[in-house]
Ligand binder design. Sequence first.
Ligand code: FES
Length: 369
Amino acid sequence: MNDHETTDHGTSTALVPAAGDGHDLLPASMIRDADQFENPGLPPHVHRAADDHPDAAKRAERQVATMFGLSMLATLVFLVSYFAIPDEATFFFPGIGVAKTQNVVLGLSLGFAIFLIGIGAVHWAKTLMSDEEIVEERHLQASTGEQRAKAVAMVTAGVESTQLTRRPVLKYTLGGALGLFALPLGLQVAGSLGPVNVEELKHTIWDPAENGGKPIRLMRDPEMTPIRFDEVTNGSVFHVMPETLQKHIDEGKHVLEAKAKAAVILIRLDPDKIKVQKAKDWGVDGVVAYSKICTHVGCAVGLYEQQTHHLLCPCHQSTFDLTEDCAVIFGPAKRPLPQLKITVDDAGYLVAPEGFHEPVGPSFWERAR
Ligand code: FES
């Protein structure tokens, strides 16, 4: 293929040198297409009265000057009335009522001043300023053949200077290194698409295994004191942590993540208001416990509307209906808040005999309900 040919989608197209201006090599098809449209040119210039008749031009000049003069007058009225009109002066304006004289005069005079400058300028432009349309030709966008040849020479010299063509071993080893380097990236993507360990997501320090298989007491957060069933009155709300948290703290474990997953809200409402049997069964006489971690993106659902029995997440307003097993009734969350099964131990304290039955916190597409 020589300098006057190129390939466009696999088709060889002849390139036509343009005559002697240095901007050569335009595809012949483009030249043909351009020739199909006739340049409509500019519409003929229509002469205005002021273009041909000095009297008309003089009249237009006077009109513009009058508008600017009136604008000056309006500005003077503004300045004088600012000082001259007493602040307390009022007058009756039909349709509006009593108005402050100074405000009205200042507003009107300033409005007229700027309006007259505007229409004076427009009238000036339309009658006196030149209205001939001027076309500025756009220069050709393509580089000259000389510039392109120079660019190709620079790239070729750059490739030559790497000595890749003279030392093929470098070429092949570089290709191998880069090719292999892509594999770990692909592996990370492929690996992260695998099945999620839902059991691990479900695990919290509410699991009885964390307490030697024994039920775990519900503790007030942050006091970490156990909650007796008879202390939970109708309508009351407790922020709750498992007693196992203290054990983790005492053992010097890193508890931040465990604590974030274990936050629970405990509420008592009239058991007859709870419409879902499972929610009733997992509570004690209307005392129910739910994960406090919003299933949207994990904020703490800390607002309880006692009258409507709605739990609200302050971050994006997801609303969960306590009477419907914390079903989402508004907002971006997609899953109900997971319920924690509770009961009362022999000493009268609230305990969780089992951990959560589903992962707490934000939803992911591969997470089972
Ligand atoms: S985190 Fe609760 S609504 Fe977004």
